[in-house]
Design a protein around this ligand. Structure first.
Ligand code: ADP
Length: 481
């Protein structure tokens, strides 16, 4: 076996597919879960931090306004608060006045500069704005400094507080979480792979067992029955396999029986010839008449041998597939007339009356040689197994689908227990009688095979001592399957 074949065989195997399936089922959810856990942790951590800072910012905003910090940035309390806030959250706090100028920056970088960001503008409308930048790892928060107008009572933004804090701690937590999940996932994956292999071996095992048992049966060891009861499927396969095995055994037995029958039948005339030749030879100077008589008998035996061989050849031809049929569109009435004409001398010799009754013209798709053989055998049997003064009546009819042939005789009939055997090869009700009248026991087997090849049917009805009727039905149109 080539390496490539080994690999493709492995990939195509149930074992490999099961392992793959279990691994996918076991590992994919873990990967998705890991991404999901990390993502939701990040969102949750950012939202908690944002709302925490926002509430601090709001308190601060109130203090800034109430202390008029915009006009007096020297306020010690506010400055201390601002520093504390920026220290706690590892961030930067800026106070921006209504002219967008930074009046306080805890990092002392942008004091006095103007800030014209979108978030600052939006916050001037009175809303809190927050923004999370996961790449640069910071949260930016802008909350307005609202002052209530003494006269109208309206609230106006007189500035904003801008806070930006680093989210390094969240990222650090996430990294820690990620490593932990990764380790757990790795351990789980190893367990999943081991479990998948174990489970796949268990599932595939009955099939392996089955293959081994079939090998044993093939080589002749072990039982003759396959019995793997692990799954309903294996039980069903075993039942089907055993049925097939049974059929094969029957076929083998019938083949062996056929071969032994053939040898026996072919040997009988040879034995007779040998006996005849030996006895004439042992006589020394026997009269010429005796020689002639013995030679005549030997000639008859040769003729019989010839007939058996011919019948066997016909049977072998019938055993071939339907593809060997040579179908032509045939006038069956004419065909029967010819057969009867040919059999007329034999019938006359037996003093049997031969009658043909055609109910309508019948044209059918049939193999002329095979169907002639089949019909001839039936009519000839009617003559052969008849009594002097008896009759054989052949009638032909048809409907739109089938032709019907009936061969009815007033002969000796067939005992009931023999009826189911007469189509078997070499079966004869009365061996010596059949032999006497030149039967081989193959005629009806040939007939049945020919009829079945045409997808037809043959039935027999008989009463011992009164006569026999064969009914044949053949489709007018031959449909190859
Ligand atoms: P055979 O060459 O012996 O005639 P067949 O296969 O044609 O072989 O027939 C098998 C046996 O069936 C015959 O030996 C005979 O005993 C019986 N049989 C067949 N046809 C008839 C019939 N029309 N009437 C009585 N017996 C018959």
């Amino acid at each position: 076996m080539s390496k490539l074949k080994v690999v493709t065989d492995f990939i195509r195997s149930l074992f490999f597919r099961l392992v793959l399936l279990f691994i996918l089922i076991g590992i994919i959810p873990g990967v998705i879960l890991r991404a999901g856990v990390l993502n939701s942790y990040e969102q949750r951590a950012v939202s908690i931090k944002t709302s925490e800072i926002l509430s601090q910012a709001k308190i601060l905003a109130n203090q800034v306004v109430s202390n008029d910090y915009l006009n007096n940035t020297e306020s010690m309390i506010i400055n201390a608060e601002l520093e504390q806030l920026s220290n706690i959250y590892d961030g930067r706090v800026m106070i921006i006045n209504s002219s967008f100028r930074v009046i306080k920056d805890t990092h002392n970088l942008d004091t006095g500069k103007s800030i014209l960001s979108k978030e600052v503008f939006q916050s001037y409308n009175g809303s809190d704005i927050s923004k999370y930048d996961s790449e640069s790892r910071y949260i930016e928060l802008v909350t307005p400094l609202m002052q209530t107008d003494g006269k109208s009572g309206e609230k106006n933004a007189i500035g904003v507080i801008l806070i930006s804090v680093s989210t390094d701690s969240i990222a650090l937590n996430m990294e820690y979480l990620d490593t932990n999940i990764y380790v757990i996932q790795l351990i789980l994956s190893i367990l999943v792979v081991l479990f998948a292999v174990f489970l796949a071996i268990q599932i595939v095992n009955p099939f392996k067992k089955m293959s081994r048992k079939i090998d044993e049966i093939q080589t002749g060891y072990g039982d003759d029955m396959l019995d793997i009861r692990d799954y309903t499927e294996t039980i069903q396969i075993c039942e089907k396999f055993n049925a097939l095995l049974g059929r094969m055994k029957i076929l083998d037995e019938s083949r062996q029986e056929f071969v032994s029958n053939v040898s026996h039948e072919l040997k009988t005339p040879l034995t007779s010839m040998k006996v005849l030749a030996d006895s004439i030879n042992s006589m020394g100077d026997a009269p010429v008449e005796l020689y002639k008589e013995f030679m005549g008998d030997i000639g008859n035996e040769i003729e019989r041998e010839n007939k058996i061989i011919n019948d066997l050849l016909s049977l072998v031809k019938m055993d071939k597939s339907a593809a060997d049929l040579n179908i032509t569109n045939l006038n069956v009435n004419e065909l029967l007339e010819q057969i009867l004409k040919r059999l007329q001398p034999i019938a006359e010799k037996q003093q049997v009356e031969l009658v043909l009754e055609s109910f309508r013209p019948v044209i059918a798709d049939v193999d002329e040689v095979k169907i002639t053989l089949a019909f001839t055998n039936l009519i000839e049997n009617g003559i052969k197994y008849n009594k002097p003064g008896g009759r054989v009546r052949v009638s032909l009819n048809a409907d739109h689908q089938y032709l019907y042939l009936k061969v009815e005789d007033t002969g000796i009939g067939i005992p009931e227990e023999s009826l189911e055997h007469i189509f078997e090869r070499f079966y004869r009700v009365d061996k010596s009688h059949s032999r006497e009248i030149g039967g081989t026991g193959l005629g009806l087997a040939i007939t049945r095979s020919a009829v079945l090849m045409h997808r037809g049917q043959i039935k027999v009805y008989s009463t011992e001592g009164e006569g026999t009727t064969f009914n044949v039905r053949i489709p007018l149109k031959y449909i190859a399957k």
